[in-house]
Ligand binder design. Structure first.
Ligand SMILES: [Zn+2]
Ligand SMILES: [Zn+2]
Length: 171
């Protein structure tokens, strides 16, 4: 999606659309998005050339549970606020560039903002680091590999604990 800065009205521009995330050049090894991603954007100019964008993306990705290794659909959402300013004509001092990065400022060239790079990184940021199919996933039996969410295996229950209780009896 490209936003033409000169066409943003004074009351701001609201956009809401479905996007095929493959248009963002995602690496399928890195992330497997299921279906379309819903994008909501509100762009407001706060002077002639500087634009604030508040946005949210929502979608679903295919994740592998870290405990039971089952593949499941994980809903993801990311909210963000970003300021776009024109690429400076004169190179900035290094310190200035650093402080600008901390403020989440992006640059645009010419008269339009290409938001796709930002949407792409927001989507990647929303991917959970430790995916779980459900908060109380019971995982796999370390002994026989049975998925304990589906059935209970006949392995002796938690050997280490049994050892501990024997020890307790000795005390
Ligand atoms: Zn699981
Ligand atoms: Zn087992």
């Amino acid at each position: 999606m490209e936003i033409k800065v000169q066409e943003i009205p004074s009351e701001g521009l609201s956009l809401s659309y479905e996007e095929d995330p493959m248009h963002w050049g995602l690496d399928e090894q890195e992330i497997s998005v299921e279906g379309m991603v819903h994008v909501q954007l509100k762009a407001v100019k706060h002077n002639e050339n500087n634009v604030y964008i508040r946005g949210a993306i929502e979608g679903g990705i295919l994740s592998e549970c870290g405990r039971c290794l089952v593949h499941y659909r994980d809903p993801i959402r990311s909210d963000f606020n970003i300021e776009y300013v024109p690429t400076p004509q004169i190179p900035l001092e290094e310190e200035l560039i650093l402080s600008r990065e901390e403020l989440e400022i992006n640059y645009y060239q010419g008269d339009q903002i290409d938001i796709n790079d930002e949407l792409r990184s927001q989507l990647l940021l929303a991917v959970p680091m430790h995916p779980l199919c459900k908060p109380d996933c019971r995982g796999l039996c370390p002994n026989c590999g049975e998925n304990l969410n589906q059935k209970t295996c006949s392995c002796p229950a938690e050997l280490p604990n049994a050892q501990w209780s024997k020890l307790k009896n000795l005390l």
